[in-house]
Ligand binder design. Structure first.
Ligand SMILES: *Cc1c(COP(=O)(O)O)cnc(C)c1O
Length: 394
């Protein structure tokens, strides 16, 4: 056995898949600053900034607004394991892979799960949820994915919040691919539990899952009859670390520096301006893909600006095209997930990476990757359609 290794310098990649996405140099710099102890008074000020800035990005005044240690899936687990007690009914609207995962996690948390399945590319329908809730009897919580990353479809939250609240249930929203990139208003829309991650539109590396609880959700936690089954993800314990600095587990210091810097960048830009930027670039990308004769998976009215799932033409080997993009262009795209595996590309325009030049770069590169397999599109059609949108002509 040899212990010899070479120094590792990652190749430069433009990360335009479903996350992680590239981060601003200020975020990387923040991560390389000195460690502090997790109870150091200087670090406590960092934690306070993070909570304050997270409330801004979530558009909430919720007292419990903290980053969970772990990726987006840790946010899903934290939401479910704290809200659900064994035997509770959880109704989940499913329109793709992540809705399925939410149902799976609820089941592992002991819920009796009612799955309301939708066609891929469609949003979750509030009326169908209402019917399912009526049929289910007493419902503890209703869950939906705001931005379904497997198909690129957005679900409108406000009406679903009304449906949940009419039934006396909490609304749980997965905002993993929307927070910091797509309009999201936790308080105004009536979301009770909302979680996300750092590596998608927030613009930091993977490793934290911002989460917020409404006062109604906090009350549900206080009224639990049994202990939360996870020690690590117990939100009552975690909030006492964030509020009263009681040791629970060691905070991932460098990741919290990174999140703070990423949130500062969002505050400097303004969250609404940031939503707008993502909308413009998403529209430009879609226009380009359509001009190349490709078809997007999500329904036209509900297409996410932050992630576009686009069908690969039958003649194309989608995995080979992604490999070509990585090797020849240093661009990473994601493949299809779940039912779309092998049939689609998923193109992310998230956070720091959602720029006009990146839209043009990826369209040009995709044209080349398809051409490499003998699939010809009209030269430059995608790039020029995107340019028209970016210049405000279309
Ligand atoms: C990426 C994603 C997750 C899971 O996040 P990880 O950071 O991969 O754990 C959950 N929900 C949605 C909608 C996602 O896009």
């Amino acid at each position: 056995m040899t212990l010899e290794t070479a120094a590792f310098t990652p190749p430069y990649r433009l990360l335009m898949g479903a996350g992680p996405s590239n981060v601003h140099p200020r975020v990387l710099q923040a991560m390389s600053t000195s460690l502090l102890g997790h109870l150091d008074p200087s670090f406590l000020a960092v934690m306070d900034d993070v909570r304050r800035l997270l409330r801004y990005v979530f558009q909430t005044e919720n007292a419990v607004t903290i980053p969970i240690s772990g990726t987006g899936t840790a946010g899903m687990e934290a939401a479910m394991v704290n809200i659900i007690e064994p035997g509770d009914t959880f109704v989940v609207g499913i329109n793709g892979y992540f809705g399925q995962r939410l149902g799976e996690i609820a089941e592992r948390s002991g819920a009796n799960v009612v799955r309301v399945e939708h066609e891929l590319g469609k949003p979750v329908d509030a009326d169908r949820l209402r019917e399912a809730i009526r049929a289910a009897g007493k419902v503890k919580a209703v869950g939906v994915v705001h931005a379904e990353t497997s198909t690129g479809a957005t679900t409108s939250i406000r009406e679903i919040a009304d449906v949940a609240h009419e039934a006396g249930a909490l609304l749980v929203v997965d905002a993993v691919t929307s927070l910091g990139g797509v309009e999201l208003r936790v308080d105004e829309w009536g979301v009770d539990v909302c979680y996300s991650c750092t590596q998608k539109c927030i613009g930091a590396p993977p490793g934290l899952a911002p989460l917020t609880l409404s006062p109604r959700a906090v009350e549900t936690l206080q009224n639990r009859t049994g202990k939360v089954r996870s020690f690590y993800l117990d939100l009552t314990e975690l909030s006492s670390y964030w509020d009263r600095r009681a040791y629970h587990h060691t905070a991932p210091i460098s990741m919290i520096y990174a999140l703070r810097e990423a949130l500062r960048l969002i505050a400097e830009e303004g969250v609404e301006a940031r939503w707008e930027r993502h909308t413009t670039n998403g529209t430009a990308l879609r226009a380009g893909l359509q001009a190349m004769g490709l078809s997007v998976v999500a329904d036209p009215g509900v297409q996410l600006p932050t992630l576009t799932a686009v069908r690969a033409p039958d003649e194309i080997d989608e995995a080979q095209a992604r490999r070509y993009l990585l090797d020849q262009h240093n661009i990473e795209l994601s493949g299809g997930l779940g039912a779309l595996a092998g049939k689609a590309w998923r193109i992310g325009l998230m956070g720091h990476n959602s720029t006009g030049p990146n839209v043009m770069t990826v369209l040009g590169a995709l044209e080349d990757a398809m051409g490499d397999q003998g699939y010809e599109t009209q030269a430059g059609a995608g790039v020029s359609a995107a340019q028209r949108v970016l210049r405000g002509i279309d």
